[in-house]
Design a protein around this ligand. Structure first.
Ligand code: PEP
Ligand code: MG
Length: 538
């Protein structure tokens, strides 16, 4: 089976597929010696699943009305259905299986039964039985979200993946990613690119024909995913991978060399990271610093806010590992597809234009202060710059500075040792660029976020897979904005860099240097190719 998709990262990988979303991969049949204990687990799971459904019912009732909420009422009733629960308990007692497996088997049995019924209403209930059983299984397994753990390095295959799922799967075990949906500009794509994992999105796969364990080749150059490839194909791909290794080896010869053009113009090349674990890749690729640490990644894929101390330890580790090199940490940019349940963000019609980034920080200063305290405390362990995302006005920055002053006062009062880091602004809205002459007076530096700047300048949702042809970061309007930001920064003697994905676009490197951009921050794997390009420029 061969499918064509859009490539996010042009590498090649081969390995076993793990299909996420149909849950088969994580349910194992085990022998349970104590059946009553398993039945108790089921009953406990039913109780918590019922509670979840009750909350969902009420929330949906309030936000979308009775007819939409009714679905959860039906599921509550089905979860209490005697026939269903008896089937589960019967399996546990007679087959001596574990609780989650019994529910899984009952789920499949009722699903098959309902989906072949003549009555349209009953047929529709098949999806409900699946949905509520999966909820029950998750509750039995004790997770608020599905367990996501790869046992061996694998190619993740899914309908779609959220950034938090990518984080929970862990970069060590992700060989490649192939999804039916998704956009090449999404944070999921950015994360997998940062991990150096070949990734294809918009791949029209029939997921029920693909099974966990199937061999798969992900060819990021051709944009192809080949399931169960023949031997000849495997050989060809392995040869290609060897060549890629050879190219990488040659690039490694550039380690230790300067990012300098032939005529002697040098530029900073930094790394974008999402966790302390990525620092290894940054150093391995000879990053001159960290140009963007997306600190919101610390908030994703978990059930509660990271504490001040936990954040402090992470920032300290990054700063110490970078040994005095510039580390730019962006304060958390939660919102849009980077949501975490515990933030309890409302569902929005236009999340990209909604409650995200600095807006959350300003509305919830207590939360913001926790992060600021952790950052200011960590600042004494290295060379820290922090930057604020999604800025649109001078007033926002002034309010941020007021909060910063409060944090400093509080830390003084508590006699805690800290240092005030450099404070920069992300320019990722047209508003910020248009007033960048004013912002430059009050900021220590600028970092241009071209991913959002493109989205907001061109009015193109960066997550909409159908709009990718319209998402054009080379658009003259975007490039003029970058020039304007650079000129305004320099008028006030401020540093200006690019940390959006465009920074790694080798077609534009020469132009960025001509514009006077001081630094480019890119995925670790893009650092050495960028250095190679810079050194070829006159
Ligand atoms: C950007 O918008 O370019 C940026 C770097 O931030 P993010 O991609 O995380 O929104
Ligand atoms: Mg952004």
């Amino acid at each position: 089976m061969k499918y064509q998709g859009k490539s996010v990262y042009k590498g090649t990988a081969i390995g076993p597929a793990v299909v996420i979303g149909n849950q088969d991969w994580r349910i194992t049949r085990k022998t349970a010696t104590n059946s009553e204990k398993e039945i108790q687990k089921v009953m406990q799971g039913v109780k918590s699943a019922q509670e979840e459904l009750r909350i969902l019912y009420e929330k949906t009732l309030e936000e979308m009305g009775e007819s939409s909420a009714a679905i959860f009422e039906v599921q509550q009733m089905m979860l209490d259905d005697e026939e269903y629960l008896e089937a589960v308990c019967h399996l546990i007692r007679t087959e001596r299986v574990n609780a989650e497996y019994a529910v899984y088997a009952a789920r499949n049995h009722f699903f098959r039964m309902l989906s072949t019924m003549e009555d349209g209403y009953m047929r529709e209930r098949a999806a409900d039985v699946k949905d509520m059983s999966d909820r029950l299984i998750r509750n039995i397994l004790g997770g608020s979200d599905p367990e996501l753990e790869l046992k061996e390095p694998s190619v993740v295959v899914a309908d779609d993946l959220s950034p938090s799922e990518v984080i929970r799967l862990g970069k060590e075990k992700i060989l490649a990613v192939v999804t039916v949906h998704g956009s090449i500009n999404s944070h999921t794509a950015i994360l997998t690119r940062m991990m150096g994992a070949p990734t294809l999105v918009c791949v029209p796969m029939e997921l029920d024909k693909i099974h966990t364990g199937m061999a798969v080749i992900v060819d990021g150059v051709q944009g192809e995913a080949v399931f169960e490839p023949d031997e000849g194909m495997c050989e060809k791909i392995k040869r290609r991978m060897q060549k890629e290794q050879e190219d990488k080896r040659r690039l490694r010869e550039l380690k230790g060399k300067e990012n300098i053009t032939l005529s002697g113009k040098s530029i900073h090349v930094y790394a974008n990271i999402g966790s302390a674990a990525d620092v290894g890749d940054a150093l391995e690729n000879d990053a001159g610093g960290i140009g963007l640490f997306r600190s919101e990644c610390l908030y994703l894929g978990r059930n509660d806010y990271p504490s001040e101390d936990e954040q402090f330890q992470t920032y300290r580790k990054v700063l110490e590992s970078m040994g005095g090199k510039n580390v730019m940490i962006r304060t958390f940019d939660i919102g849009t597809e980077k949501g975490a349940d515990y933030f309890q963000l409302k569902k929005e019609e236009n999340p990209a234009l909604g409650y995200r980034g600095i807006r959350i920080c300003l509305k919830r200063p207590d939360l913001f202060k926790i992060q600021l305290r952790a950052l200011f405390r960590a600042a004494i362990y290295g060379n820290l710059s922090i930057m604020y995302p999604m800025i649109t006005s001078m007033e926002e920055v002034e309010k941020v500075y007021e909060i910063v002053e409060e944090v400093k006062r509080e830390l003084h009062e508590r006699q805690v040792i800290f240092r005030t880091p450099r404070q920069g602004l992300m320019l990722e809205t047209p508003a910020a660029v248009m007033i960048s002459d004013k912002l430059a007076r009050i900021a220590d530096f600028f970092s241009i976020g071209t991913n959002d700047l493109t989205q907001y300048t061109l009015a193109v949702d960066r997550l909409n897979e159908d709009l990718e042809d319209f998402y054009d970061p080379h658009h003259e309007a975007v490039l003029r904005m970058i020039q304007m930001a650079a000129d305004n920064a320099h008028k006030y003697g401020k540093w200006v860099g690019i940390c959006g994905e465009l920074g790694a676009d080798l077609e534009l490197t020469e132009r960025f240097i001509k514009m006077g951009i001081d630094g480019l921050s890119v995925s670790p794997s893009a650092i050495l190719p960028l250095r190679k390009r810079i050194r070829e420029i006159l």
